[in-house]
Design a protein around this ligand. Structure first.
Ligand SMILES: NC(=O)c1ccc[n+]([C@@H]2O[C@H](COP(=O)([O-])OP(=O)(O)OC[C@H]3O[C@@H](n4cnc5c(N)ncnc54)[C@H](OP(=O)(O)O)[C@@H]3O)[C@@H](O)[C@H]2O)c1
Length: 344
């Protein structure tokens, strides 16, 4: 049986959901692909790091973190190691980058991925930073070192966007992308339109865990701008970074604005856009817009998201992801892993 060794950099919501999925699908992967997935390293910022060349017991690691908030020292606990040190020295086949987005640079995650690709190891990222800040460099590095850089879950979780373009829209040129791709702001706007105050919605979202303790990344449109840069770079061949994206968040949207839109049957949404301008340059923008009640975007509720991709050969395609949860994010990582298994 073949063995594929994984190093997980970051073990928060997405990392833990991915580990659970690996356990859930272990038998099927072995039966169908004659492949055993072995996680040889897990790193975090505050919970400690694990390294075990024979394979970490994922079930124990999950229980350990859930019960005590830290890895137990007997599990393969690695004293004095750093994530970058593990990226650069441990023997693995695939790096899975799951640290938080650094909007202003994407530096830490980019360094992790660069370190893996330089060693000829495949890299999968759920973190948008490296794709938004260094896509060209990292794809060229992967090509040079005969390995792959994959990023399906960076936009709309496991929704097959990048896999679809690569596998089923071959040679199609993407000329425009529009969508609602930040679920937190969509949820806030939908709930405000029902008459709830922003403060009340934020408090509820934080309690339920889908709004971050500092929600500015979403409210000011930073997360959405990083996603537009990812889409423009990967699907439209651009070389943009998040500051290149024209950006306005939803902080100034009032109940009155939403009510006025509703009187016309319309809705206010945080719309994301990547397009080709009159000089042939790819541009991107994020900002609130009043969308017509007849528009599909007006029907996107709560934590759902939508994207419309216009192409030269396949017309216009619209994909909707209903009420996303962390399992769908884990699936994006799993789908990338499957691409690597299938190519062997
Ligand atoms: N959650 C989702 O549904 C989802 C969906 C799509 C994409 N993503 C992306 O996936 C990434 C992870 O998301 P998440 O929700 O799992 O975040 P999270 O719950 O905040 O977990 C982040 C993990 O990274 C670790 N970490 C932070 N800084 C680090 C560093 N410098 N070196 C090593 N580890 C570090 C944290 O350590 P501690 O455990 O010590 O805090 C934690 O384990 C983010 O970039 C996010 O945008 C998430």
């Amino acid at each position: 049986m073949k063995e594929l060794k994984l190093a997980l950099i970051g073990f928060g919501n997405a990392g833990q959901a991915f580990a659970k999925m690996l356990l859930e699908k272990e038998e099927e992967l072995e039966k169908r692909y004659d492949t055993r997935i072995v996680v040889v390293a897990i790193t975090t910022k505050t919970r400690g790091n694990l390294v075990d060349a024979w394979g970490i017991d994922l079930d124990k690691a999950l229980k350990n973190v859930q019960n005590s908030g830290r890895f137990d020292k007997i599990l393969g606990f690695s004293e004095n190691s750093t994530s970058q040190g593990i990226v650069d020295k441990v023997e693995y086949d695939v790096l899975v980058e799951l640290t938080p987005l650094e909007f202003n640079s994407g530096k830490i995650a980019t360094n992790h991925i660069r370190g893996a690709l330089r060693r000829g190891k495949h890299a999968i990222t759920g973190n948008k930073g490296p794709v938004a800040w260094a896509f060209k460099e990292l794809t060229e590095l992967a090509e040079k070192n005969n390995c792959r850089f994959l990023y399906e879950t960076t936009v709309m979780d496991g929704m097959p966007l990048f896999n679809m373009k690569r596998d089923t829209l071959r040679l199609c040129k993407v000329t425009e992308i529009r969508g609602i791709i930040n679920r937190t702001t969509n949820y806030i706007l939908c709930e405000m339109a029902k008459g709830r105050s922003r403060a009340e919605i934020l408090a509820e979202g934080k309690k339920r865990g889908f709004i971050e303790s500092n929600p500015a990344t979403d409210l000011d449109g930073f997360d959405a701008a990083a996603k537009v840069a990812v889409l423009a770079n990967t699907l439209m061949g651009a070389n943009l970074t998040p500051p290149d994206i024209e950006r306005k968040g939803i902080k100034d949207i009032t109940m009155e604005d939403l009510e006025k839109a509703q009187e016309n049957g319309n809705a206010i949404k945080l719309m994301c856009h990547a397009y080709i301008d009159e000089n042939g340059q790819v541009k991107g923008s994020v900002g609130p817009e009043e969308v017509s009640k007849n528009d599909i975007y007006a029907t996107i509720e709560g934590t759902s998201s939508v994207i419309t991709i216009t192409t030269d050969m396949m017309g216009t395609l619209t994909l909707i992801e209903e009420a996303s949860e962390v399992k769908q994010s884990a699936y994006g990582l799993f789908a990338d892993l499957m691409s690597l298994i299938e190519q062997d």
